[in-house]
Design a protein around this ligand. Structure first.
Ligand SMILES: Cc1cc2nc3c(=O)[nH]c(=O)nc-3n(C[C@H](O)[C@H](O)[C@H](O)COP(=O)(O)O)c2cc1C
Length: 375
């Protein structure tokens, strides 16, 4: 099978994250916060597509985080969301995010193969092995306490999908978690879709280095990140694989620094702190993604951008931040904005040309649309 072109782009990847979830990445009480409705996602996706942005990554979320706003309480389901967006775009890659335990592998294999065919191989898969215990309870599922079971199950789940995508004819599967008789899947994807995984634990990262093309990790302190990224890549190379490391960033880009800083403060002043604390508590109880010794800093970053690396300032400063991520060894970052559709055009028009001039992004070849939100 041909290698997917998403794996050979050769530039610093940019995507968006969490546009399908209410609030996006900002846990805010401000009235004009991101609604995540279909029309906003569609408007944004068309702008991203025209501007040459590489991908959109949704969050699979089944219950919100409570607080006054129930952050992430309104969520578009990721496979249907991605399918519809693929039908409305031309070049961007769109990921489905899938919880292994909530989605049968035979069903997922066929969903992705269908999306691959209808989109000309622009679909990707973000695999989530699970961490959010109340959410599992809401689905009537039990989150295994130990990571051995979480990732053992995820491995078997993905092995089945890969076999369905590559094996001609029927087969039986007799595993620890799945027994399948005479199973098969057609059509097959024309190419293996790019795989994302965002494990934080040791076992999770072993899973990612065996299976994913890109692994996500938070960028909290870039000195730490340099070592971490190098170690993750080395871990994958030990298994004969090349894995890129991505992170996620939150953007507040304004013509002058003082306005951008004031906006960051405004987000903190209007944060839904009860929801922030629920988010932090759940992350620290069941997941190992964020370093536990940096709690105070992380709490503020959780409020403003769900723990994303802050890109706050003038276009020049935002571009500096992205270049610093590149220098730390990251292969790319997601971007989030308080209002993605309103704020992306300024980023596109001011930051993308700087990244192009600095040689880490290609020129925007497609016609960048005017912002359809402004009459
Ligand atoms: C970029 C990114 C995307 C993620 N997407 C989801 C998601 O959509 N749904 C979800 O339940 N968890 C999501 N996670 C959580 C991770 O998949 C993983 O379960 C968590 O980091 C715990 O890792 P661990 O199992 O190794 O402790 C995401 C994390 C990151 C950093």
């Amino acid at each position: 099978m041909q290698t997917h072109p998403f794996l050979n782009k050769g530039h610093f990847l940019l995507g968006t994250f969490s546009t399908n979830c209410s609030g996006g990445m900002t846990v805010s009480k401000l009235e004009d916060r991101w609604t995540a409705d279909w029309q906003s996602n569609l408007t944004l996706a068309r702008m991203l597509d025209d501007a040459g942005i590489d991908f959109m990554l949704p969050i699979a979320r089944w219950i919100g985080y409570g607080g006054e706003t129930n952050f992430h309480g309104y969520v578009l389901e990721t496979i249907t969301w991605a399918t519809a967006l693929l039908a409305h775009t031309r070049q961007i890659t769109i990921f489905g995010t899938v919880h292994t335990t909530a989605n049968h592998p035979v069903v997922v294999a066929k969903q992705l193969a269908t999306m691959d065919q209808m989109s000309g191989s622009r679909v990707g898969l973000n695999i989530v092995a699970g961490w959010n215990k109340p959410e599992y309870e809401a689905l009537g599922l039990t989150l295994p306490d130990d990571h051995e079971t979480r990732y053992g199950y995820a491995q078997e789940w993905y092995d089945i999908i890969k076999k369905l995508w590559t094996h001609e004819g029927r087969f039986d599967w007799n595993g620890k978690y799945f027994q399948l008789k005479n199973t098969h899947s057609d059509p097959k994807p024309a190419m293996l879709p790019p795989i994302f995984n965002a494990a934080g634990s040791g076992l999770g990262r072993e899973f990612a280095s065996r299976n994913a093309n890109f692994l996500f990790t938070p960028a909290i302190d870039l000195e730490r990140s340099k070592t971490e990224v190098a170690e993750l890549k080395a871990q994958a190379r030990d298994q004969g694989r090349e894995v890129g490391v991505l992170t996620f960033s939150h953007v507040i880009c304004r013509p002058n620094q003082a306005d951008a800083d004031a906006r960051w403060q405004e987000l903190l002043d209007n944060a839904d702190w009860e929801a922030v604390d629920n988010l932090v508590r759940l992350q620290f109880a069941h997941a190992q993604s964020f370093p536990h010794d940096l709690l105070a800093m992380i709490r503020e970053r959780m409020a403003a951008g769900h723990g994303g690396f802050p890109l706050v300032g003038t276009p020049e400063r935002v571009a500096d931040g992205i270049c610093a991520l590149h220098e730390a060894g990251f292969s790319g970052t997601t971007l989030s904005f308080f209002d993605y559709a309103k704020e992306f055009p300024y980023f596109r028009d001011t930051v993308l040309p700087i990244l192009e001039a600095r040689g880490i992004r290609p020129p925007v070849t497609a016609k960048a649309m005017e912002n359809p939100l402004i009459a």
